[in-house]
Design a binder for this molecule. Structure first.
Ligand code: C2E
Ligand code: MG
Ligand code: MG
Length: 570
């Protein structure tokens, strides 16, 4: 049964790999639609043409993308033609995510009766050919002083961003930026200098904000930034906060250093409005609040969010103190071998012993540590402390693997290799007993860097586990790309493993994939005997969870280790 299952998976993987190579290699943008016109697949050329990521358009109705179809009002009508005649051919225009417009020849055809893969749309980029016409339209869409998209294009783009966010369940931030006292500058230095200042300021904004965000000139000294793919308020706050700070670096215009400050107001889709007009109006109101508060600052439209910002500032300050006062602790949760019942390792989980408030869980502070980069010094401490405790365990006769959680920030900004080497040599811990837990998304954010790092770590014997596996990309390809040792099945799949057929399918597939690739499968969050029985049946290798032991202090870990009778019955 298991053999057959494995073979099937291998076969399917081969087929998929071949097809996806083929689709990736063609120059035309390609989109596959189901019978209701939702996107079920797209290739790289399509995402280059539109600036949209493949994963964000997946499941999205093509008609909701802001595209104009020659001679027909919407893509719905195009589909009608295809349903009747089998194909449709014509020109298509759209705006790339970076604000530039594109044109393409398109062919829409029915390809199969499979309701999931019913139609294919091919886009042949003709933007260059059309660049003359495009430059004419750009006059209507761009501001001649700063070359930024103007208000008209902003409206169109924002409408598209809202539609995309609605499909993906994400937020969009609209940031209204106004230069403080611009009138004074203009009056005292003249309009000519004022214009030059605006130009330089526009350049500075473009280089500050990522390419995927739109920076537009709203009018006068007002600019509007549209930020898509917003998964947390904290991220927006971080971006806008550092933009406001960076604006105070002087701008050189005609050999004069001009000091400006800015005020910014933020509104968020869907909390503060669901159409461009409302979002722009509310961001403008928030910007005026920032001015009233004394300029050189930013405000959210929603009062609650402003409170959150204040709370966060306090938390950030307290976290900085916590590092200095050595208030962090490591708790350890044992991991068991499901065949032998023996403890094979422990996961180090951080806790904050906050003066007067007891021991805090990471959920209440780790996201702030991540956003403010404090996770870097905290992470350094965790690695060192875990190696130190690992060595203590070893000396007490418990040769256990110690797993340490590594965040995306650490992967991108820290020389982890040196850090790990240093921690190991200073504590005399064995590198082959150190394991790093990294999430899929952290790996994917730092693909090349992570691969080099993991390869080097592997040479030294350090192992790597993929944490929370199944919750994000779960693309099989990257498993081969990174040298990893273990897949940790996210605890959300384990929770209902005995009742929810979807979770059963996911968990058993992860186990099969792990074994196919020669990796170990580790189940997280095992709380009941039934879950344990199921996991053993499916030959999951290791498990951790409250059933065996919650995360405990080092002293209590020793007690757990000395009392192995809690281990598993067969
Ligand atoms: P994680 O790495 O997935 O850790 C497992 C979490 O599941 C831990 O939460 C653990 O207490 C909890 N857990 C274990 N067994 C069970 C169970 O049977 N049922 C349930 N409901 N939960 C269980 P914790 O300690 O609150 O940590 C949460 C997250 O914080 C960790 O998730 C990890 O992503 C992060 N974290 C913890 N320590 C560190 C650290 O030192 N550095 C970094 N970057 N992140 C850390
Ligand atoms: Mg973990
Ligand atoms: Mg986990």
């Amino acid at each position: 049964m298991n053999k057959k299952y494995e073979e099937k998976i291998r076969e399917l993987q081969e087929k998929l790999r071949f097809l996806s190579k083929l689709v990736e290699s063609i120059r035309e943008g390609l989109v596959i639609l189901d019978d209701s016109g939702r996107i079920r697949g797209a290739n790289r050329a399509f995402s280059q043409l539109t600036g949209l990521k493949i994963e964000e358009v997946f499941g999205f109705p093509l008609k909701d993308l802001d595209l104009k179809w020659e001679g027909l009002p919407t893509f719905g009508e195009v589909l009608e033609v295809v349903r009747e005649e089998g194909t449709w051919e014509g020109e298509v225009w759209g705006v790339h995510r970076n604000g530039s417009s594109f044109s393409s020849d398109a062919l829409v055809s029915r390809i199969s009766d499979d309701p999931n893969q019913k139609y294919v749309v091919l886009f042949l980029d003709t933007t260059d050919r059309r660049s003359l016409e495009a430059s004419l339209t750009s006059l209507a869409y761009y501001d001649p002083t700063t070359d930024l998209p103007n208000r008209a294009l902003l409206h169109e783009h924002l409408a598209g961003a809202i539609a995309r966010a609605r499909g993906a369940g994400l937020m969009v931030a609209v940031v209204f930026v106004d230069i403080d006292n611009f009138k004074l500058i203009n009056d005292s230095l003249g309009h000519h200098t004022g214009d030059k200042l605006l130009k330089c300021f526009a350049k500075r904004m473009i280089s500050f904000f990522e390419s995927a965000t739109m920076v537009s000139r709203f009018g006068g000294d007002e600019f509007v930034v549209v930020i898509e793919d917003v998964e947390s308020v904290e991220r927006i706050e971080g971006i806008v906060g550092s933009f406001v700070d960076s604006a105070s670096i002087p701008i050189e215009v005609e050999e004069k250093q001009i000091y400006v400050t800015v005020s910014a107001g933020i509104s968020l889709y869907p909390v503060d409005g669901s159409d461009p007009q409302t979002l722009l109006r509310n961001a403008d109101i928030a910007m005026h609040h920032a001015k009233d508060m004394g300029k050189n600052s930013y405000r959210f439209y929603t009062e609650e969010l402003n409170l959150k910002v204040n709370e966060r500032f306090t938390l950030e300050l307290r976290l900085r103190e916590a590092i200095a006062k050595d208030e962090f602790l490591l708790y350890y949760q044992p991991q068991f071998d499901l065949r032998t019942g023996k403890v094979t390792g422990v996961e180090a989980l951080i806790r904050w012993n906050r003066a007067g408030e007891g021991v805090l869980q990471p959920a209440s502070f780790i996201h702030v540590a991540e956003d403010t980069d404090l996770i870097i010094p905290i992470g350094d401490w965790v690695i060192r402390k875990a190696c130190e405790d690992g060595k203590r365990l070893l000396d007490m006769g418990f040769p256990l693997r110690v797993s340490v959680n590594i965040s995306a920030k650490q992967l991108s900004y820290v020389d982890l290799l040196s850090l790990v080497e240093e921690a190991i040599s200073q504590t005399s811990f064995s590198p082959s007993m150190l394991d790093l837990e990294i999430t899929e998304s952290a790996l994917m954010k730092n693909k090349d860097r992570a691969r080099t790092l993991l390869t080097e770590l592997k040479k030294r014997g350090v192992t790597v586990s993929i944490d929370d596996f199944g919750t994000s990309y779960s693309s099989l390809n990257y498993l081969k790309y990174f040298p990893v040792d273990r897949l940790k099945i996210d605890r959300s799949f384990i929770a209902d493993i005995t009742s929810d057929p979807n979770d059963v399918a996911i968990a058993t597939t992860i186990i099969a994939i792990a074994h196919n690739l020669g990796l170990k499968a580790v189940a997280e969050g095992v709380e009941t005997e039934d879950q344990l029985t199921f996991l053993k049946l499916w030959q999951c290798d290791e498990a951790q969870g409250f059933l065996f032991s919650p995360p405990v202090s080092f002293e209590n870990l020793l007690k757990v280790l000395k009392n192995r009778s809690i281990a598993i019955n067969d």
